[in-house]
Design a protein around this ligand. Structure first.
Ligand SMILES: C[S@@+](CC[C@H](N)C(=O)[O-])C[C@H]1O[C@@H](n2cnc3c(N)ncnc32)[C@H](O)[C@@H]1O
Length: 271
């Protein structure tokens, strides 16, 4: 059994070695340059994750204090800033802190960034209008504690918006479990935890094995019981998520099927 500390060390090792999303642009552009950050941003919002601009209400940030938990290279936090928010961010990984700081610097935008753990948010209670987190809280062993920390630092009426990997998604059930896990024998070789770890770029599920969990709406509802007006949306489905069965799904069906088969569960909750 891994301790919380070991699991968090795996997280830091994963993203210190392969910063999130960098593999998509790194061969072409100098990491840390303005062109590098802008190319990554374009790829994320226009090609790999176009659903984000639809489901994440960045425009709500105008004149608000926004905290991002797990800012990665700072792409989304910069978007909140460009929409007029005063932005704050925490992340566990030093390399992400370095890159996100450069991202804001090259764009000449202010941000308050620090290395910190979402389970101990280093801000006083009732500090923020919005707490946002994309693809982070399923990588930490103490997700419930992180959510209660987000609740604490939100002002009354403030909004928590976060996305998590979804259990009942095509990517998890078909591509990972059925095809890679069962048909290719990786479940036997790596175990469930190792197999899931390999969905992060650069992880082999043995030496580099970040914690990866998936969630259902019901599980998140329980975790958000202190909040009101809790809603969920589902984003991110591509026919490649059906692996070798992808040819059965014509491209034009990706969008209508997204809410049923999508890989990200987005939660919106009010304090
Ligand atoms: C998959 S990356 C996502 C980064 C960014 N949100 C994005 O969408 O590009 C996961 C991030 O979560 C951070 N992280 C994981 N557990 C954390 C924790 N307990 N506290 C703070 N950050 C954490 C990692 O350091 C990493 O930057």
């Amino acid at each position: 059994m891994n301790s919380e500390k070991q699991l968090k060390d795996h997280t830091i090792q994963q993203w210190n070695t392969t910063p999130c999303g960098s593999a998509n642009v790194e061969p072409l552009l100098e990491p840390g340059s303005l062109e590098f950050f802008d190319a990554f941003r374009k790829i994320q919002y226009e090609s790999t994750d176009p659903w984000m601009k639809e489901l994440i209400p960045f425009a709500l940030g105008k004149d608000k204090k926004v905290l991002e938990i797990g800012f990665g290279m700072g792409t989304d936090l910069l978007t909140w800033r460009l929409e007029g928010a005063e932005v704050y961010g925490i992340d566990l990984t030093p390399e992400h802190y370095r890159l996100a700081t450069l991202n804001f610097k090259t764009h000449n935008q202010p941000a308050h960034l620090q290395i910190a753990d979402a389970a101990h948010i280093p801000f006083p209670s009732e500090s923020f209008d919005i707490c946002y987190s994309h693809g982070v809280l399923h990588h930490t062993p103490d997700t419930v504690r992180c959510i209660s920390e987000a609740y604490r630092v939100l002002k009354p009426g403030g909004q928590l918006i976060f996305s998590m990997y979804r259990t009942y998604s095509a990517f998890h059930l078909v591509a990972k479990l059925l095809v890679e896990g069962v048909c290719q024998g990786k479940l036997k070789q790596l175990g469930y935890r190792g197999l899931l770890a390999t969905l992060e770029k650069g992880a082999d599920g043995i030496h580099i094995k970040p914690l990866v969990k998936t969630y259902t709406i019901r599980a998140l509802q329980r975790m958000l019981s202190d909040f009101s007006q809790v809603r969920f949306k589902v984003g991110h489905f591509k026919r490649e998520h059906l692996s070798k069965f992808g040819w059965l799904c014509p491209k034009f069906l990706e969008k209508p099927l997204e809410r049923w088969l999508g890989w990200y569960l987005v939660a919106y909750a009010t304090k």
